[in-house]
Design a protein around this ligand. Structure first.
Ligand SMILES: N[C@@H](CCC(=O)N[C@@H](CS)C(=O)NCC(=O)O)C(=O)O
Length: 222
């Protein structure tokens, strides 16, 4: 494979970074990874990231931004595909990826809101989202069955973050979604998923959540 020199500009806890890294690992693509401090990014970061967000992929120093664009770019420049071959199935997968982005948005509110009312509302919204996901899951062990795909790469980081929160807060809705939980476990056992974060992810994520002046952080430190 004659690929560009690839560097993934990253933040250690970012779920959007993780999906790109999972894609790199699944497709066995040689790459470098550079973690930056999002609170004090290096000056060059502003030149390569128009929205000042990670991930950014540098391909022969040319930036590609937006995590799903990065995943699809990586998928396209390497043999085989992490998307289904059938166009309709691919469209469905992309729609469920959008749904995953929506879950991530609400999850961020869950991590950060300091208002009890907003926290409860967000738990209710997420319960609804996970119920919808439960209805949708028709295959095992991954979203499309045996073949791991980009939709799996998107949900694995979500489940990993919930795994950390679960130790401190009981999400009642998790009791009624057995298919999601099976998918969750299958993903967390996957080598690419395990290798997509630094070794200290759990303590770092725990510390990050506790640092927020949020309802969740109060549960975590109670
Ligand atoms: N839509 C973007 C979202 C990326 C994103 O929100 N990244 C966060 C870190 S997890 C970030 O860089 N935040 C910095 C900021 O908003 O200033 C993508 O999919 O790449």
């Amino acid at each position: 494979m004659n690929l560009p020199r690839l560097k993934l500009v990253s933040f250690a806890l970012c779920p959007y970074v993780q999906r790109a890294r999972i894609t790199l690992l699944e497709k066995e693509i040689e790459h470098e990874i550079e973690y930056i401090d999002l609170n004090a990014p290096p000056p060059w970061f502003f030149e390569v990231s128009p929205l000042e967000k990670v991930p950014v992929l540098l391909a022969d120093d040319r930036p590609v931004f937006e995590s799903m664009v990065i995943c699809e770019y990586l998928d396209e420049i390497t043999p085989g595909s992490l998307h289904p071959e059938d166009a309709y199935a691919r469209a469905q997968n992309r729609a469920w990826i959008e749904f995953g982005n929506d879950i991530l948005g609400h999850s961020y509110t869950l991590f950060t809101t300091g208002e009890e009312r907003k926290f409860k509302q967000t738990v209710a919204v997420l319960a609804d989202r996970f119920d919808i996901l439960e209805e949708q899951l028709a295959h095992r062990p991954y979203f499309n069955g045996k073949a791991f795909s980009l939709v799996d790469a998107v949900y694995a980081p979500i489940f990993r973050a919930y795994e950390v929160m679960n130790k401190y807060f009981e999400f009642d809705f998790l009791e009624d979604i057995p298919a999601v939980l099976q998918w969750w476990q299958a993903l967390l056992q996957r080598a690419s998923v395990q290798q997509s974060v630094p070794a200290d992810y759990i303590p770092e994520m725990t510390a990050y959540l506790k640092r927020q002046d949020s309802v969740l952080s109060r549960y975590m430190t109670a």
